[in-house]
Design a protein around this ligand. Structure first.
Ligand SMILES: Cc1ncc(COP(=O)(O)O)c(C=O)c1O
Length: 464
């Protein structure tokens, strides 16, 4: 039975970021930095009342705070400038949330882009990003994805032998020098969910380090491939600093090794992975602390080898957008199973946030139209999909809740919209960008017409 407990969190106000004397690192907060409570006891983000936004744009609704997103970009950029004496470039792992509005904001902050498909590449190009700031990833890139990236002068992060061979042929036929980085699997374990761990040897991504000599030889003998860097990504939602420090060292070691093959590799990319707070128990380092720790390890490794500092790249996704967004739902039906649990159902679920059902991810929630109401019950917030596992939050501490209340789930900027589906033919929600009291649609809510846009009915199935 789920018990009643109100000892830890007294009301929704507990989730608001508090001034600590230190600059606020967005990834350490459950709500966007601009979140506050207005005179009506409603949650406001970016100067916009969430209940007013839902009345105007409907629900479910992703609400993205521009200030938090820009602050995060600036903190990453500035921390690398402060702690790393060489050149640096922060790249946004756009798989976390790829759409024109998000890409345009991040591009305007001077970040580059990691894309993993033709679709993400196309979105980034349409957002106005130039090829020299785009890096194409993927363990099974298609010919057409490679062609699009090469035509746009992007850097290709090569994952495997097939790709190396395809690129060699493409370089020859086009008489073009293709800029590549090599993705290697560093064999570094980190404590995160099995599905988002990628740096261990048994991973589908990247070259096995045992093959490094053959890979370096191949590249050094292929004039149409210019290897500018080495890359590794060890996983996601990581709270420890040590794995990225180890990774920095390993990448520098490999860079030194590459010199024996006459390669002039001048960049290393340590991937993404810094975690964020989904609950008050989560304790990730701040962006500043994480960047400092990582830079120190790279600096030490370079000094140990007495080599110049390579350009240092990092490609965060979750910690860039995750904390800048919330999802607002409207509460509908409820069901009390005596002595077991109370279900409260909302108008979305696994189609707008597949993380709970995929990774058993835990979220926090509040009622946006009664922020200071005391928390009186522990309930299960259920989605509306025809699937028993469609549970948004298994144990949510809430005030007394009524049909029509606006329930907000926090920290939904990363891997929510980008993993959203139309399961049960639910139209995907709208997304609103909020800033200083202004609200702009950045994603329209899908309509029923959108849902059948790709459907075709063969003539013989038409009813006459
Ligand atoms: C290659 C690569 N880079 C960067 C990222 C971004 O990771 P995160 O969102 O944890 O920062 C991922 C995420 O899976 C990835 O696969």
């Amino acid at each position: 039975m789920v018990t009643q407990s109100t000892t830890q969190v007294k009301s929704g106000l507990q989730y608001l970021a508090k001034a600590t004397g230190k600059p606020l690192s967005p990834n350490q907060h459950l709500l966007p930095l601009t979140a506050k409570v207005n005179d009506q006891d409603h949650l406001e983000i970016g100067g916009c009342d969430i209940t007013t936004l839902v009345a105007r744009f409907g629900s479910p609704l992703y609400v993205l705070d521009e200030f938090t997103l820009r602050t995060t970009c600036q903190q990453y950029r500035d921390a690398f400038k402060t702690y790393y004496p060489g050149e640096s470039q922060v790249i946004y792992a756009s798989k976390a949330w790829s759409c024109l509005g998000v890409c345009a904001i991040i591009a305007s902050e001077g970040l580059g882009f990691d894309v993993v498909s033709g679709g993400e590449l196309y979105t980034t190009i349409q957002a106005g990003v130039k090829g020299d700031l785009i890096y194409l990833h993927g363990n099974n890139k298609s010919l057409s994805e490679l062609e699009l990236a090469i035509d746009y002068d992007c850097t290709i992060i090569v994952d495997n032998w097939l790709e190396l061979e395809m690129l060699r042929e493409m370089g020859k036929t086009r008489d073009k020098i293709i800029s590549i980085m090599l993705r290697l699997t560093p064999g570094i374990e980190c404590h995160t969910h099995e599905y988002i761990r990628t740096g261990h040897l048994d991973s589908k991504f990247g070259f096995d380090p045992n093959e490094i000599d053959r890979v370096f030889t191949f590249v050094s003998e292929t004039p149409n491939l210019k290897c500018i860097g080495l890359h590794a990504h060890i996983g996601s939602q990581i709270f420890e600093r040590q794995p990225h420090q180890d990774l920095g060292e390993v990448l520098v070691d490999w860079l030194v090794k590459s010199e024996n093959y006459g390669l002039e590799i001048k960049q290393i990319n340590i991937g993404g992975g810094l975690g964020i707070c989904y609950t008050e128990q989560d304790d990730p380092p701040s962006i500043d602390e994480w960047v400092q720790a990582t830079c120190n390890a790279v600096i030490k490794a370079c000094e140990g080898h007495n080599i110049p500092f390579p350009k240092l790249l990092a490609e965060p996704g979750r910690s860039l957008v995750g904390s800048a967004c919330v999802t607002a739902y409207t509460v509908g039906s409820s069901k009390i199973v005596p002595d077991i649990r109370t279900y409260i159902s909302v108008d979305g679920g696994m189609s707008d946030n597949p993380r709970p059902i995929t990774y058993q991810s835990v979220y926090r929630t509040l009622i946006a139209n009664r922020m200071s109401a005391p928390l009186t019950q522990t309930v299960t917030v259920a989605g509306k999909h025809c699937e028993s596992g469609d549970i948004v939050i298994k144990e949510a501490l809430l005030p007394d809740t009524e049909t029509g209340d606006i329930l907000v789930v926090m920290a939904t900027g990363a891997y929510n919209y980008s993993m959203a589906s139309n399961y049960n033919r639910l139209p995907r929600p709208a997304a609103i960008l909020v800033n200083e009291g202004e609200a702009n649609l950045i994603l329209q809510r899908e309509t029923y017409q959108d849902l059948i846009r790709q459907d075709l009915l063969p003539y013989r199935l038409l009813r006459h």
